[in-house]
Design a protein around this ligand. Structure first.
Ligand code: ACM
Length: 264
């Protein structure tokens, strides 16, 4: 199967402009089976206040943005994981949504909110879903979740083969160094779809990345240009959890010693 990440600059609370900027990249990625878009792709990141954020957000079940992605999936027989500014009544969530030809399939709400996100968003309350797809099992993380190895471990131990990671990274190079390590230690594929551009004082760091269960970087974008990166993979490679011929990534864990740090 083919994985893709789209790196571009969503427009701040302007869905029409975002869809215009996104479409050429979707068209360029249409051969992929699974495409990953940046975090908060329907709203932009640096929202000035809560009323603006609420106005830019959409419910998963009634979203012009997700409808657009589903129509693309129907046309090109693919699936998309997108970052999504989600509204549920008066609550806002920084979510990732897996979309197929019929619409939203699964929603993950970001667990670890970064900096001022804490002023706008409610922390995730839907756990760490792993969804069975025809090509393999998919888990999701959003941006700053990268700094919490427990979440990657929990997804891998629930059977995720591929972890889609919509991002709006601002700390240069840190997550991009961690992703191949998370992939290697959990023996999974990871696709980080990061954004570029500047919003106010924030400059986003690009370098979207696709990493393999061996910790290889299969594809990586530059820091500052809009582009599509792709990699052809065998998702079954994520079923081999041996770190060495005698060391299993999960079975050799010493959960009896880790205390509260050890996900069981
Ligand atoms: C981030 O979590 N958007 C840095």
């Amino acid at each position: 199967m083919r994985l893709a990440a789209i790196q571009f600059a969503p427009a701040l609370h302007d869905l029409h402009a975002t869809l215009g900027a996104l479409q050429p990249h979707l068209d360029a990625a249409c051969e992929a089976d699974l495409i990953v878009l940046p975090e908060l792709c329907n709203s932009g990141y640096n929202l000035p206040d809560r009323p603006t954020a609420l106005a830019a957000a959409e419910p998963v079940a009634a979203s012009a943005f997700l409808d657009h992605l589903a129509a693309f999936c129907a046309q090109h027989h693919c699936e998309i994981v997108t970052g999504f500014c989600e509204r549920e009544r008066e609550a806002l969530y920084n979510s990732a949504v897996l979309v197929d030809a019929n619409g939203p399939v699964e929603t993950y709400r970001k667990l670890h909110l970064f900096m001022n996100e804490k002023d706008f968003f409610t922390p995730g309350d839907r756990g760490l879903p792993v969804v069975e797809r025809p090509y393999g099992r998919v888990g999701m993380q959003v941006c700053f979740d990268w700094a919490f190895p427990e979440a990657w471990r929990a997804l891998a131990m629930q059977g995720a083969d591929i972890i889609a990671h919509p991002s709006n990274l601002v700390l240069p190079g840190r997550c991009q160094r961690a992703i191949p390590i998370h992939a290697m230690l959990n023996r999974v594929f990871i696709i980080t779809g990061n954004r570029i551009g500047t919003e106010g004082a924030l400059t986003f760091t690009g370098q979207s990345i696709i990493a393999s269960p061996a910790g290889e970087v299969l594809a990586e974008a530059a820091q500052d240009n809009a582009c599509v990166i792709t990699a052809v993979i065998d998702p079954n490679a994520a079923h081999d959890k041996m770190l060495t011929p005698r060391n299993h990534a999960f079975d050799d864990r010493r959960a009896d010693v880790y205390g509260s740090a050890g996900a069981s």
